[in-house]
Design a protein around this ligand. Structure first.
Ligand SMILES: NCc1cccc(Nc2n[nH]c3ncnc(Nc4cccc(O)c4)c23)c1
Length: 232
């Protein structure tokens, strides 16, 4: 997160850190007791290894009473996701067991009505991604507020040049923005998860490349069917 601030500890109890060998790779969030939603691109360069999911954390390194690392039973990328574009950039992770819910570990509801969030709506995004252009990685969760920009503005020739589909949305990226390691985290508008951070052009903090999110509502049926089919 560029241009943001340290999150208030445990005010985002739905946040997940997807880790490999104890290293934060991507964000994610709890959508059900045994399920985390993230971005399919997070599995690139993981050489087929399975993530572990850290829940209930504020600091990645300090001991915290409610912090717990969960093994992952299954990682299910959306069938339409691929390495060449940002389409269908979603990843469902089934935890080995149901997460123990408490004040620090909580499910975040996601938007089920497939309607665009109005431009200028101020939403919030959090993550353990880089906090400087030099790539400094934080030890604690950071957050930033960002206004939604319309798809038309985001699709302008000088911005993302007509690559933003109706299953994506954008926020302004002038100075304050998402960056490396924030992929997979939720864009939260009025207390509801509306989008999942996707890296897009990977550029951070440049107003000419607004931040891109996969909208969640269009994928409600896929999410529900995967969770239902793997239940039990
Ligand atoms: N703002 C959109 C967005 C969301 C999520 C991730 C990303 N970026 C990245 N995702 N993956 C990456 N691998 C290497 N470098 C990257 N960006 C980078 C890193 C340092 C300085 C800088 O200006 C840009 C990214 C960008």
């Amino acid at each position: 997160i560029l241009g943001g601030s340290e999150a208030k500890p445990h005010l985002k109890p739905y946040m997940a850190s997807l880790q490999l060998d104890g290293q934060h790779v991507c964000g994610g969030f709890l959508i059900a007791e045994q399920w985390v939603l993230s971005a399919a691109h997070c599995t690139e360069e993981t050489d087929g290894k399975v993530f572990q999911v850290l829940l209930g954390a504020h600091s990645l390194t300090e001991p915290e009473p409610h912090k717990r690392l969960y093994r992952v039973r299954a990682q299910i990328p959306h069938p339409g996701s691929n390495i060449h574009n940002n389409k269908d950039d979603l990843l469902l992770l089934q935890l080995e067991e149901k997460a123990e819910l408490n004040e620090h570990v909580r499910v975040l509801p996601f938007q089920r009505e497939d309607r665009d969030v109005a431009a200028d709506t101020v939403c919030e995004v959090a993550g353990w991604g880089t906090i400087s252009h030099s790539g400094r990685r934080p030890n604690v969760l950071y957050q930033v507020e960002r206004p939604v920009i319309s798809r038309d503005v985001c699709n302008h020739r000088t911005r993302h040049d007509h690559t933003i589909t109706e299953k994506m949305m954008c926020t302004d990226s002038r100075r304050k923005d998402t960056c490396k390691g924030d992929s997979g985290g939720p864009l939260v508008c009025n207390g509801v998860a509306e989008g999942v951070v996707t890296a897009g052009s990977r550029v951070c903090g440049n107003y000419k490349k607004p931040a891109i999110y996969t909208r969640i509502a269009p994928y409600m049926a896929w999410i529900d069917s995967v969770m239902a089919s793997a239940a039990g």
